[in-house]
Ligand binder design. Sequence first.
Ligand code: MN
Ligand code: MN
Length: 504
Amino acid sequence: MGLLHIPGKKMNPRAAPYILLVISAVQGFRYSELEQHVNSKQEEYVEALREWVAIESDSSNVLKRPDLHHMMEKAAQKLRLMGGMVELVDIGQQELPDGQTLALPKVVTAQFGSDPNKRTVCIYGHVDVQPAKMDDGWATDPYNLTDINGNLYGRGASDNKAPVLAWIHAVEAYQALHMELPVNVKFIIEGMEETGSNGLEDMIVAQRDIFFSDVDYIIISDCGWLSRRPALTYGTRGNCYFFAEIEGPKQDLHSGVYGGTVIEPMTDLIGILDTLIDPNGKILIPGIREAVAPLSDEEWKMYQDIQFDLENYKNKIGVDQLMYNSKVDLLAHMWRYPTVSIHGIQGAFSDHGTKTVIPAKVVAKFSIRQVPNMDPAVVKKQVTDYLHLVFSKRKSPNKLKVTMVIGAKPWLADTQDPVFEAGKAAIKRVFNVDPDLIREGATIPIARTFQDVTGKSIIMMPIGGFDDGLHSQNEKMSRYNYIEGTKYFIAYLHEVSLIKKTSV
Ligand code: MN
Ligand code: MN
């Protein structure tokens, strides 16, 4: 790319177009022009993000539903103006706890190009956001994008509005320079991701042989890097979420009057919760650890090479000591081993003060992050059987009920797949480094759904920074990640087009 811009060296102006032609014929990809285009459009891109962030598209707040509909329409309109074949797909209604129904935000699909000789990529993203208020402790208005030292602060900036816009701008850049898109590009943009993607799975199943029929690869850019080094993500953990309910007396009791005479549900509950995991992080439920895929030498080596600073990590979360002291152990337990987290106890006294109550019914909430080769249906049985066994040993007259309310599977991709090679090449071109290959400890259920329903290869190409503060106060996306990320997506569309179509 430096070929065309030799500083201080004058080129014969009449020779320039010829040189350009020759180079483009040889390279086939005029990246430097696209790169310059992105640089020249930087302020417009930031402005587009400002407009999107200004829409309070909070999918968890039913009062904000009109804003969410407006957001979907705005995304659709942007794609329509670019000449895409755009549809707003009705995915039905949502039932509210009070029995009323509310229209779900439509899913935006778009298509640019349908050349059967080209590869087809489908980009997934979401434009709904988590709630945010100034009162939560934001330093700036969460819905007024604010640039402080090159960081763009606003709710949804990183999760997931800027990445969606970066993909749109990548397509726009090719169009602006009258360059043919190297691949057919499809978009699927939803508005319920932050509340569990209601209605999306049914829509994907219904569209499997229609919208997804000619798709080769599905790209998700809805997570972040692990450090300042760009990363490709090849796995996520799943999650099994449990309620364990213990019911005793028919009402709450006074501990002075009844304490010592009744077998207390809370004591039973704490007793069984304490048998889930030991102080060293070892899960005690039989069968769970045995199911986990063993760590291969290759994987161990890969973790060794990843840029990750333990001290930084400790500082970020404010602890002196972690469960593991080595980088490899820590990354492995963040990504590829299961864990038990106890989240809360419903029905327990949790206010300030000293209420002397014996709660009659308490419900513990805990979850187990799933990894290959665990199966949620099996985990459900393992946990239920184990807790009943442990509880039976207490010989308590109280009643235990265990239910699994979420059973999301993990996702794992093959990093040898050519889509990852294309990702590495694009990162090398734009950032001039080799990416970290990372997993995500959290759950992105849609990845597994896409994999199971469509059978296509999935790749996660994050552009978010490691310190973007998703779901938190002062969420941000840096200008650097946003703008360089756009170039990276441009380069990726080229690299992925080079994957040969092989007859299977
Ligand atoms: Mn997200
Ligand atoms: Mn999110």
